[in-house]
Design a protein around this ligand. Sequence first.
Ligand SMILES: Cc1ncc(COP(=O)(O)O)c(C=O)c1O
Length: 248
Amino acid sequence: MGNKENNIKKPGFKTLSIHHGETFAEETGCVMPPIFSTSTFKHGNKDNFDYTRSGNPNFRILESVLKSIEDSKYCTVFGSGISAVTAISSTLKSGDKILCESNLYGCTVRMFEKVFKKFGLEVLYTDFTNENNIKKISYFEPTLIWLESPTNPLLKVLDIKAICDEANKLEIPVVVDNTFSTALIQKPLDLGATLSVLSTTKFINGHSDALGGAVLTNNEEWNSKMLFSQKALGLQPSPLIVGSLREE
Ligand SMILES: Cc1ncc(COP(=O)(O)O)c(C=O)c1O
């Protein structure tokens, strides 16, 4: 007989989806977190909350759940998937080049083409299912690579690891929109991506009742940039986004 600790099963995906490390314990002993429907917090509280645009217990709970199922160090949540795309794009500057998989979600392309191009961002496209194009990444000299796999709408499946291996050699960050797979099927950060993006509106939410987005990363600098855009661009979600998640 092994000792008791060795017999404890590691929590699986379903458990991690509803339980997590962070607690915002309520002295009342409630087993479901209350919805912190407040814009402002009194100074001196335990978790240093001050204003919901820069942090609210409800969306910090969601961040904690998502990073536990994706096995990432950091997660930042947003008001929609497109807000998450905005947060990342807003870190780029005039003259930067974004190299995109040729089939991406239409509203992502619309944002790059109709909004960020106006600010001097160059947007390039390549078919990443073609191995030769992976070898040609250096030719484009991109600042950032943007993938989706499977893609929306064509459901193209990319070799994320092969693309990340090449990009990592060149020190180019790779973003993978993981909306269609979720961490249940695929963990882009484990395959070498710098950022994994989710429209939580889709399979993560599962009941078509709330828009949401998230960016996951193991990179501290990128995490700071995401937290900055969450509050500075007003991209934060509503506290209502996680009304059904447990506290511990
Ligand atoms: C792959 C992908 N990324 C991002 C988004 C945008 O998400 P949202 O509708 O939550 O803004 C969508 C929405 O359909 C999507 O399919």
